[in-house]
Design a protein around this ligand. Structure first.
Ligand SMILES: Nc1nc2c(c(=O)[nH]1)N[C@H]1C(S)=C(S)[C@@H](COP(=O)(O)OP(=O)(O)OC[C@H]3O[C@@H](n4cnc5c(=O)[nH]c(N)nc54)[C@H](O)[C@@H]3O)O[C@H]1N2
Ligand SMILES: Nc1nc2c(c(=O)[nH]1)N[C@H]1C(S)=C(S)[C@@H](COP(=O)(O)OP(=O)(O)OC[C@H]3O[C@@H](n4cnc5c(=O)[nH]c(N)nc54)[C@H](O)[C@@H]3O)O[C@H]1N2
Ligand code: SF4
Ligand SMILES: [Mo]
Length: 744
């Protein structure tokens, strides 16, 4: 009998907790929090334990699948690549590069192989039709941060361990464990905040788990955040509360903001957002008058028509109250590797431009090289030059995760060819012609590329694979390289890794000039993402600069720190002006794109509230669309319920536990009603990522309690026009009881 203990970063959500995993004879016997972990100190949530289920899940794909006569058949890797080589190049040759689209989904953010090599496939394709989960999620935040601070990952993070006041708007970190903010054990940190006399305030249309531990909670009318936030900014100017503090020399555009928010008096905004005028003023005053304070917003403020404007106003508030770049306010992480705000010339950069090309059908502008994922169905359906005829999906399940999933599912069936890199035959991948599986997380190494740039504390951690991969199973970066080579006409039989080595050598010459040979020699033992990581760490802000700073970081040092929980690089520190990458070298408080968008909001200031609107919800035992097949998480009370306020239930004749129709125009779904005074009256909440009753999927556990697909109710044409982000909340619906025996 052999027993071993391994330490691994959890890849399932943005909290990035450190795990301690015990094995006996190659089988997982326990998964716990790693107490010594420098970031998470032993904290975990129930999803981590389900990594065992995921590893052992009989439905998880372990060999490539090729669809023949409508049925998936297992194949070898060579057969699968040969099939792709046979079918993909003719589509490109006949219809051009834009005829092949690619989507990349959420799990790729947690996989260094996918994150660092996805771009190679996208570049090889050379298509405009690049889509991702970002436009279902944080694109507004990315864009607002990019326009203000110069890079999309330069996100202002609450300094939770030192603040005295935290206002959370449109986020539920107690359940989500933080987003665009890596903050494991939010509950513990909120408790510590309160213990030192600090305050937590939550603004949300539901009295959430986070609201329940807060000092105050205010209901807000969904999608009306821009009005509340603009009125708070208005109050700062009206009451002389603006004080920029030590960043004053680095802020552009204060007067433009003052003029832009003029129409948003608390009196005008209050009926629109459902928050009383005195509360709006008090929130602004508290933020301004508390020495160490921060306002933090997330997906609830992004997935709406004014998502970018709302995300921007949050940091306008942080800046105008002097909390930006302040200890106890909001700070910027200094990541050990891959951060654009630590490379190039300090304090100045290219900034951000959008609309370098546009979606063919809707005309939606490109943002950070992507088009809105809600354009995908129409790009497939609409005939003409550049019509999408083939698709790659990479760790992406848009049939459940994107609005109007049923329309997209129909469109996918009309494609000439579709390849999915995925680990399940699910609602999206069932439409593919070839599925190429990734490794189980336990078989893969782990280093977070993006999340240290968003973490509450600076650190560097690396996890080696816990278990060896099955023989012959490539890592996902190797699969991406092979696909890129096929697209480039180099042939499925080519040595894609040798091509990668040659590319690396070429890049090294360009980046390191006369030092290139030394860099190549120093990284010779490494391949793929590990080689990229070694270079990023060693040339990063804490790096050894290939021997020039011998005490600095190397990959070997980070690997060696794995059993002791990684390397702690300390609390976040003020970084302005050095981290800015705007062309002016200043914080751009008034980007023209956003000033213009605020005018659009002005026109909408007096819109009336619909009787009933729907919003989403997350549960700690679930993660987007793909973890409902894991028995540990699937058990327990049914979670895909529609929460309805008692007053609405009475008005609509809905009874707890019964089924109701939810309708949005011609779209309609059925869901189980759960009556709850957690909801703001007039607001219904239903989680997303459910609806596992589609034919042709292989998710046996999930199919037992499939739940309702919220996105079958939502319209794929509703977007924030600035960022292209989908509108996922605040959508007007009607609800009525299902009469027994009645079908959809
Ligand atoms: N209505 C509504 N819709 C929403 C949201 C909402 O709040 N409301 N939230 C949105 C948000 S924030 C997000 S991020 C998106 C997420 O939407 P997606 O990006 O589509 O992500 P998931 O739903 O998590 O699906 C992940 C896919 O990756 C596969 N997968 C899992 N692990 C691996 C792996 O290791 N390798 C590979 N190759 N594949 C893997 C899964 O089987 C699944 O097919 O959903 C969005 N959709
Ligand atoms: N357990 C679990 N954890 C997750 C995920 C998961 O599916 N399950 N998904 C992960 C992903 S991909 C992401 S992006 C993050 C998201 O992390 P969070 O942003 O914290 O996401 P939610 O928990 O959906 O919280 C959004 C909150 O916004 C509220 N809300 C809805 N509409 C509005 C509105 O118009 N205005 C305001 N002010 N509030 C509104 C909702 O009631 C909800 O409480 O979570 C991640 N973590
Ligand atoms: S909060 Fe849970 S799912 Fe997220 S990283 Fe930590 S253990 Fe994993
Ligand atoms: Mo997300």
């Amino acid at each position: 009998m052999t027993e071993s203990t391994h330490y691994r970063i959890c890849p399932l959500c943005e909290a990035c907790c450190g795990l301690e995993i015990k094995l006996r004879d190659g089988e997982v016997t326990s998964i716990r929090g790693h107490d010594a972990d420098v970031l998470s100190a032993g904290y975990i949530c129930p999803k981590a334990v389900a990594l065992k289920d995921l590893h052992e899940d009989p439905d998880r794909i372990r060999t490539p699948l090729i669809k023949r006569n409508g049925v998936f058949e297992p194949s070898t890797w060579d057969e699968a690549f040969a099939e792709i080589e046979r079918r993909l190049p003719p589509v490109r040759a006949t219809h051009g590069r834009n005829a092949v689209a690619i989507t990349v989904g959420n799990p790729s953010a947690h996989k260094i192989g996918l994150l660092t090599y996805f771009g190679k496939l996208a570049r090889a394709l050379g298509t405009k039709n690049v889509f991702s989960a970002s436009t279902l999620d944080q694109m507004p935040k990315q864009l607002a941060s990019g326009l203000m601070f110069g890079h999309w990952l330069s996100v202002a993070l609450p300094d939770i361990s030192r603040t005295k006041l935290l206002i959370v708007i449109g986020a539920n970190p107690l359940v989500s464990n933080g987003s665009m903010w890596t903050v494991p054990d939010f509950r513990g940190k909120a408790k510590a905040l309160k213990a030192r006399g600090g305050k937590l305030i939550v603004i949300d249309p539901r009295r959430t788990e986070t609201a329940k531990v807060a000092d105050a909670h205010h209901f807000i009318r969904p999608s009306a955040d821009v009005f509340l936030l603009a009125a708070m900014v208005h109050t700062l100017f009206a009451e002389g509360l603006v004080k920029l503090g030590s960043t004053a020399a680095w802020v552009n555009g204060v007067e433009q903001v003052r003029a832009a928010v003029a129409p948003f008096t608390p009196e005008a905004a209050a009926p629109r957002c459902g928050i009383a005028t005195n509360t709006i003023r008090e929130l602004a005053r508290q933020l301004a008058n508390t020495e160490r304070a921060a306002i933090y917003a997330r997906i609830g403020t992004c997935t709406q028509e004014y998502g970018t404007a709302a995300s921007w106003l949050v940091d306008v508030l942080n800046t105008l109250t002097g909390h930006v770049d302040q200890i106890g306010g909001v700070l910027f992480a200094k990541s050990a590797a891959f951060a654009s705000n630590t490379t190039g010339k300090p304090g100045i950069g290219k900034g951000v431009t959008t609309g370098r090309h546009h979606a063919r059908v809707s005309g939606a502008p490109e943002v950070y090289g992507e088009l809105p994922i809600t354009c995908l169905a129409e790009e497939i359906e609409t005939p003409g030059k550049d019509q999408v005829r083939a698709l790659f999906t990479v760790a992406s399940n848009p049939v459940l995760s994107s609005p109007d999933g049923p329309r997209l599912a129909r469109a996918l069936d009309t494609l000439d060819f579709m390849v999915s890199m995925d680990i399940y035959v699910n609602e999206t991948t069932r439409h593919a012609d070839v599925i190429l599986p990734g490794l189980s997380p336990l078989e893969d190494l782990h280093f977070d590329v993006a999340f240290p740039q968003l973490s509450w504390r600076n650190h560097a951690r690396y996890s080696p694979p816990v278990l060896p991969p099955a023989p012959g199973q490539p890592q996902e970066w190797q699969t991406l390289l092979k696909l890129a080579a096929i697209v480039q006409g180099k042939g499925a039989a080519c040595d894609a890794e040798a091509l990668d080595d040659a590319q690396f050598a070429e890049d090294a010459q360009r980046l390191f000039g006369s030092h290139a040979d030394a860099v190549i020699a120093a990284t010779m033992a490494l391949k793929g993402p590990e080689r990229t990581l070694e270079v990023a760490l060693r040339t990063g802000p804490y790096g050894d600069h290939f021997g020039q700073r011998p005490e600095g970081l190397t990959l070997a040092k980070v690997i060696a720190s794995n059993p002791t929980g990684g390397i702690d690089l300390g609390e976040l520190q003020p970084r302005i002006p050095e981290m800015l990458r705007t062309p002016s070298g200043k914080i751009e408080l008034a980007p023209p794109l956003l000033l213009q968008d605020l005018q659009r909001a002005t026109q909408d200031l007096r819109a009336l509230a619909p009787d009933l609107v729907i919003i989403g919800r997350r549960d700690v035992r679930s993660n987007n669309s793909w973890m409902h097949n894991l028995p540990t998480l699937a058990k327990g009370p049914f979670r895909c319920t529609a929460l309805v306020h008692p007053v609405d239930a009475l008005r609509l004749g809905l009874k707890d536990g019964t089924q109701a129709h939810l309708r949005n125009g011609t779209r309609s779904v059925q869901a189980q009603v759960q009556i709850s005074d957690e909801m703001m009256p007039g607001v219904v909440s239903l989680p997303h990522g459910w609806g596992h009753d589609r034919p042709g999927t292989q998710l046996h556990v999930a199919a037992e309690r499939p739940g309702t697909n919220l996105n079958a109710l939502l319209n794929d044409q509703s977007r924030d026009p600035v960022s292209g982000n989908a509108v996922l909340g605040g959508v007007a619906i009607t609800m009525e009881a299902v009469v027994s025996g009645q079908c959809e």
